[in-house]
Design a protein. Structure first.
Length: 358
């Protein structure tokens, strides 16, 4: 029976991730399936399956033995459980961060980890206080969410920390990092909106960073430039990453007569606020304006209009972060790794006009 991947996007990365987890949880003890067996199991071609194995070879998890197959590089190495881990977030208001924290707690408890969760509020003083607290309390490793280390002072400070650090979307070259490819996800969503209704397409950001530095804006820009359209800042707004923020941003677009044919939102909660604003002004979704978000944090049953979005697996993100923690604690001198989480587009009614049946 063939296994089904989340999407056709970056299939080799998804397969590498599945195999990595099987190694991590002891489901693969010695020899890995061959490239042909992997291809058959996932309905892929041989080249794609082989590329997935190449990633694991490059990571040092497995080794190829000529004429025999692919084997674990350290088959007798057992994982230690019971680690005490600190998770530092910039805030917990953003639903993405709350869902990530929940997934890390759940997966961590499966492994016997204890997880301490704190937020910095974006303040370097709070970050320093937390690190000092972790050192005194015997925390063995830190998971650092990217929003808490964006300014030069906090980045310089992180370089001095002696505890092992695993980043979540930090993009710091000196530490291990797991990152959700929001740029590719944003490009998927905005390309879909362009295809369904054409430009202009607006963007409502909920990030505290400078907008041009964010992956979502870069993906938004990539999608527009691919069809020869330059981003027009008349259709771009920044607001808090909340329902009220999305609502206020759309009301401002409407008030300034800058309402585009489609709007891409920083997250799904903001998209729901934006949809409420459109509907309150008699603007129909998707007939008059198409909408997409960027996460899957809200149940469809709680949506006024089922909303198209880019989804990522928080559980996959959590498992990869904890995999890197065990790797770092058992092999402190190992070179830093970056693991990318691929996006998938979920198309719902907010971007698709359904023709009535005849």
């Amino acid at each position: 029976m063939k296994r089904v991947l989340a999407s056709d996007q970056h299939a080799y990365l998804q397969v590498a991730s599945i195999l990595r987890n099987q190694i991590y949880y002891g489901e693969i003890q010695d020899r890995l399936p061959s490239s042909r067996e992997i291809a058959e199991a996932f309905g892929l071609n041989f080249k794609t399956a082989n590329k997935a194995l190449d990633i694991l070879v490059q990571e040092g998890l497995v080794k190829r033995v000529k004429g025999k197959g692919t084997f674990l590089a350290n088959p007798n190495k057992t994982s230690k459980t019971g680690y005490h881990i600190g998770l530092i977030l910039s805030d917990i208001i953003n639903p993405n961060f709350a869902l990530l924290a929940e997934a890390i707690q759940r997966v961590g408890h499966e492994r016997g980890f204890s997880i301490v969760i704190n937020t910095t509020g974006g303040k370097i003083e709070t970050l320093k206080t937390l690190i000092d607290f972790y050192l005194r309390k015997g925390i063995q490793a830190i998971i650092l969410q990217g929003g808490s280390v964006r300014d030069p002072e906090s980045i310089d400070y992180v370089k001095q920390i002696t505890l092992p650090i695993i980043g979540d979307h930090t993009h710091l070259p000196h530490i291990d990092d797991v990152w959700i490819d929001v740029r590719a996800g944003a490009q998927l969503a905005v390309s879909h909106l362009v295809e369904k209704g054409g430009p202009p397409i607006g963007y409502v950001s909920g990030s505290s960073e400078e907008i041009h530095r964010t992956g979502r804006f870069q993906g938004y820009r990539d999608a527009l430039l691919s069809v020869g359209v330059v981003p027009d800042f008349r259709y771009i707004r920044c607001a808090p990453p909340t329902f009220a923020g999305g609502y206020a941003a759309v009301m401002d677009l409407i008030r300034t007569k800058s309402c585009p044919k489609g709007v891409f939102f920083y997250n799904l909660v903001m998209a729901l606020g934006g949809i409420s604003a459109f509907l309150s002004e008699g603007i129909r979704v998707p007939e008059d304006v198409r909408v997409a978000g960027c996460d899957d944090s809200v149940s469809v049953k709680d949506m006024i209009v089922p909303t198209t979005t880019v989804a990522f697996s928080y559980e996959e993100e959590a498992r990869q972060i904890l995999f890197l923690i065990e790797r770092r604690l058992t092999n402190p001198s190992a070179p830093p790794w970056n693991i990318r989480i691929a996006p998938r587009l979920i198309v719902r009614r907010s971007s698709e006009i359904v023709e009535p049946k005849q």
